[in-house]
Design a protein around this ligand. Structure first.
Ligand SMILES: C[S@@+](CC[C@H](N)C(=O)[O-])C[C@H]1O[C@@H](n2cnc3c(N)ncnc32)[C@H](O)[C@@H]1O
Length: 340
């Protein structure tokens, strides 16, 4: 890690990740031949975007300007000039972020002020306020990165290619008061990234379900849930008519009939979990998969490679996505589907 944050180079790609995971993101980009460079906490730069989305990336942009230190007005003028000279007529969604690290987070107010100053300098008819509509509007995400050591940059990416529509990829989910565990937010974020989600009457199997955060969110959507976990569920779930608790190991459980969705948040060794999920795929026991894979080991990428290989080659799972979501810690979220 450089002692001081390095400014990104114009024309290259700027990536951000969870602080502490820069070496893993760097390694993924290096393996893909993208000539990465560590810029500082939560920031990595590369030549271009690899075909396979790096699991440890939260968001990425092509760098359109690297702003020298200056007064807020001078920086806002320079950022606005760079944005206005972007080719094309796509609407802009203007955002700002700071690296998600203790030092980066102290700059949140500076980033907000710069964003506000740049906004006033841009033609208002080009600005789209609602990031949720960015993809359907063919908009471009234009992002101001305000990092420690006076590093400020402007990046842009088409919303349709963007890894996340949230500033800096920080997709904060509202904490539901009735939700029994923090884990529920991981599920909400994972479902938010899918084209469709489980609904009324869908049969969901939840492996490693206790105490029941995921099961609760699925039941709230009207789904029927088979919750498999030797541990106890929250009492209100255990007595819910739409929840069947199978109090045994997921490794010995076999469904009576195929499910629509397979969920898995088991605290267990990743390669063994991948084998189990591959068995579900091979046997056609579920059509859609959402799984949280724990990666407590130091060398995460070699394990992830094997997890991917097992799910696709041995399980026949398709459309695999592997991402460390904002709410994921030492873990990644996998989604996939399989047509029965
Ligand atoms: C992180 S917690 C799951 C949290 C849950 N998704 C929620 O939202 O409340 C991990 C769970 O995996 C379960 N687990 C570990 N090994 C298991 C196995 N072989 N079969 C089923 N569950 C297992 C543990 O009992 C624990 O409840």
């Amino acid at each position: 890690m450089p002692a001081q944050t390095q400014p990104p180079q114009v024309g290259r790609w700027l990536w951000t990740c969870r602080a502490g995971f820069e070496p893993h993101l760097f390694e993924e980009l290096a393996w893909a031949g993208m000539a990465p460079r560590l810029l500082g906490e939560a920031l990595v730069e590369s030549d271009s975007q690899p075909g396979l989305v790096p699991a440890f990336a939260r968001a990425a942009w092509r760098v359109v300007a690297s702003l020298p230190p200056g007064t807020p007005d001078v920086q806002a003028d320079a950022a606005a000039r760079a944005i206005v000279s972007l080719p094309g007529t796509a609407p802009w969604v203007l955002q700002s972020f700071t690296p998600d690290s203790p030092r980066g987070n102290t700059l949140a107010a500076v980033a907000e002020a710069l964003e506000a100053a740049v906004r006033t300098r841009l033609p208002s008819e080009r600005l789209l306020d609602d990031a949720a509509r960015a993809r359907e509007s063919g908009a471009r995400l234009v992002t101001l990165c305000v990092a420690p050591d006076g590093v400020t940059a402007v990046g842009a990416v088409s919303a349709r290619e963007a890894l996340s529509l949230a500033p800096g990829g920080r997709r904060r989910m509202r904490r539901e008061v009735e939700s029994p565990s923090r884990a529920a937010m991981k599920l909400e974020e994972a479902l938010d990234g899918l084209a469709f989600e489980p609904g009324r009457g869908d049969v969901c199997v939840d492996l490693g379900a206790a105490p029941g955060g995921w099961t609760q969110r699925l039941v709230a959507r009207g789904a029927k849930v088979v919750a498999v976990d030797p541990a106890k569920l929250m009492p209100e779930l255990a007595s819910n008519g739409r929840v069947k608790h199978i109090q045994e190991s997921a490794f010995s459980y076999a469904p009576e009939e195929p499910a629509d969705w397979l969920f898995c948040d088991m605290a267990w060794r990743p390669l063994e979990v991948a084998q189990l999920l591959a068995k579900w795929g091979r046997r056609g026991w579920a059509s859609h998969l959402v799984a949280n894979i724990k990666l407590p080991m130091k060398d995460k990428n070699p394990v992830l490679l094997r997890v991917r290989h097992t799910l696709v080659e041995e399980g026949g799972w398709e459309g695999l996505t592997v991402r460390q979501l904002y709410h994921d810690r030492d873990e990644v979220t996998v989604t996939a589907h399989r047509l029965r």
